[in-house]
Design a protein around this ligand. Structure first.
Ligand SMILES: Nc1ncnc2c1ncn2[C@@H]1O[C@H](COP(=O)(O)OP(=O)(O)OP(=O)(O)O)[C@@H](O)[C@H]1O
Ligand SMILES: [Mg+2]
Length: 252
């Protein structure tokens, strides 16, 4: 088993508020790992710190054996660590295809110079086709985001991250607002990602989805990890049930 992500004692604070309190978490290649916890537990802050959107106040992050500390978000993305956002952030005046093209192209200074001299074919064509088909968007590529269902827009957000061929995707509530059928279909797509070389950190409040697709689950409460285990272990963990699962429908 190859270690993909190794987070040690990560700490994030906003002034006096400690949002992530010395959290350690690992993800191996091919794993789908869940990160759950009540509102305000620190899940989005954790993702923000990993992807360089905010600075961590302590701890360190290794991705494929190299440190990510102090890298800017675009540099983290170039290493193969991508995220999706809690709110869908598509460009409303671009079609779904154009949204995916913008994501996949990611020009570097050198590639822009090269294109000035020898214009190349559009980059990422295969990656876009792959991401679109995995997220079942082939029939809506020429539509604008507002013409899609909420579920399809969420999938387009996921496809946008996949179009960059990541090694690991951190998904922040991708199933929020999906109905039961859409959530089940989404879970099936998620399960197929490791077979394509993509590992996943899944943050979501949809417990059927998280308990159904994850290999291991970390539970956060007030910024601290209060439980780690397989879906069965988490379902039966007294502390987790009290802090979080009690108020949710968690039928197996
Ligand atoms: N930009 C910010 N400035 C100040 N405090 C913040 C900021 N962002 C988050 N917080 C605080 O940090 C804590 C963790 O918030 P965070 O958004 O990471 O939680 P979350 O687990 O993602 O919650 P949710 O399930 O509602 O998305 C909360 O107390 C929140 O109020
Ligand atoms: Mg959040």
């Amino acid at each position: 088993m190859t270690r993909l992500l190794d987070v040690n004692d990560l700490r994030v604070s906003y002034g006096a508020v400690v949002a992530v309190n010395d959290v350690s978490l690992t993800i191996d290649e091919g794993e789908i790992v869940g990160l759950i916890g009540p509102n305000g537990a620190g899940k989005s802050s954790f993702i923000d710190a990993l992807t360089g959107a905010i600075r961590n106040r302590g701890g360190n992050v290794q991705f494929e054996g190299r440190t990510l500390d102090r890298l800017a978000p675009h540099a983290v993305a170039r290493r193969g660590l991508l995220r999706t956002f809690q709110s869908v952030e598509l460009f409303d005046d671009l079609t779904i295809l154009e949204n995916l093209q913008v994501a996949a192209e990611q020009p570097t200074f050198l590639s822009m110079l090269r294109d000035l001299v020898v214009p190349s074919k559009p980059k990422g064509v295969d990656d876009i086709a792959w991401a679109s088909s995995l997220c079942d968007l082939d029939d809506v590529l020429d539509r604008f985001p507002q013409e899609l269902s909420h579920g399809q827009r969420k999938l387009a957000g996921v496809a946008r991250a996949l179009a960059k061929r990541p090694r690991l995707v951190l998904m922040d509530e991708p199933a929020a607002g999906l109905d039961t059928d859409e959530s089940i279909a989404f879970g099936e797509r998620l399960r197929s990602l490791p077979g394509h070389g993509v590992s996943v950190l899944l943050v979501d409040h949809d417990m059927e989805l998280v308990l159904g697709v994850c290999d291991r689950i970390f539970v956060l409460d007030f910024g601290s990890v209060i439980g780690v285990g397989t879906p069965d272990e988490i379902r039966n963990d007294e502390r987790v049930i009290e802090a979080y699962l009690g108020g949710h429908d968690v039928e197996a």
